[in-house]
Design a protein around this ligand. Structure first.
Ligand code: ADP
Length: 273
């Protein structure tokens, strides 16, 4: 340890400094471990599709050289693996950009109702492909919040994308935007002191076990890794949502009942008009 202590060990001030330094070192160690884990996870996630790609290139050059039918099939798989790497890189870049400006609150005022409607329209084809539908419930035609439009659109998109992906085929995803009746106690003080708005995305999927809820917004945390990957997931969607909500000094709450579905609620401060 890098702290000095009173040789007689009696000074309360020295003890306080020692305890504080010890706590700081533990926090730094934890951060370092998290960073190392993140790099290891990201490399592994990129290496897997890359290995598949290289394997297929070797097959196409060798044993399947003259097999036209195999060419078609393998190229489709290679395209999918390449797309997966591109999605992962996009998400990693988003995450690092958001982290870089997490300490500055956005200065612009944007209409969240428009962003929600835009997100629902964009995700409609994905829902249709699963015979599902997205129902939009807006309490008011417009809803002004202080925020960055692109980032709030990403929150809406990631939550709707998950609700459709993990929702019930043929079911309904409901996105609701309206005044927050109650701001959670854990929310930032600034959020509790003024009028707030809540964006809720509700699905009728199989839900999430209670034990997973606290870890869901960690990078690369998945309840079922194979399923997430098969559905095109990167494991970063909710980590991105959490960072954007933090930057907006908002609050993210996740409620889920196994066998019934999940609701992801984002509470944000209403911009004063
Ligand atoms: P992914 O790309 O794997 O979907 P996310 O960070 O968006 O990554 O979500 C993390 C994990 O949380 C998912 O792999 C899934 O297990 C779970 N999850 C997220 N949204 C839902 C939902 N609406 N219903 C059930 N599980 C969900």
């Amino acid at each position: 340890f890098r702290f000095r202590i009173d040789p007689l060990g009696r000074s309360p001030a020295s003890t306080a400094v020692a305890v504080m330094t010890l706590t700081d070192l533990t926090a730094i160690k934890r951060m370092e471990r998290m960073r190392a884990d993140f790099v290891a996870n990201a490399s592994h996630e990129l290496r897997t599709p890359l290995a598949t790609l290289l394997g297929f290139i070797d097959t196409l050059r060798g044993p399947a050289k003259d097999d036209a039918e195999a060419h078609e099939r393998f190229l489709a798989i290679m395209h999918e693996q390449g797309s997966r790497m591109a999605r992962l890189i996009d998400d990693l870049l988003s995450l690092s950009r958001i982290e870089a400006d997490e300490h500055t609150v956005p200065a612009t005022v944007v209409d969240l109702a428009r962003i929600v409607q835009g997100g629902a329209d964009a995700l409609a084809p994905l829902a249709q492909a699963k015979n599902a539908r997205i129902l939009v419930n807006l309490a008011q035609e417009s809803c002004m919040v202080r925020g960055q439009a692109d980032q709030l659109a990403q929150v809406v998109q990631n939550l709707l994308d998950n609700a459709v992906k993990y929702g019930r085929p043929g079911g309904t995803v409901t996105v609701t935007l309206g005044p927050a009746d109650r701001v959670p106690d854990q929310a930032p003080a600034a959020l509790r002191s003024g009028p707030a708005v809540v964006l809720a995305v509700e699905d009728q999927g199989e839900g999430i076990g209670r034990e997973h809820l606290p870890r869901l917004t960690e990078r690369f945390y998945r309840v079922d890794g194979a399923r997430s990957r098969a559905l095109g997931g990167t494991g970063l969607g909710l980590a991105i949502v959490k960072h954007i909500v933090n930057r907006h000094r908002g609050h993210l709450a996740i409620e889920s009942v196994e066998g019934r579905g999940s609701t992801f609620s984002v509470t944000l401060t209403l911009a004063s008009s």
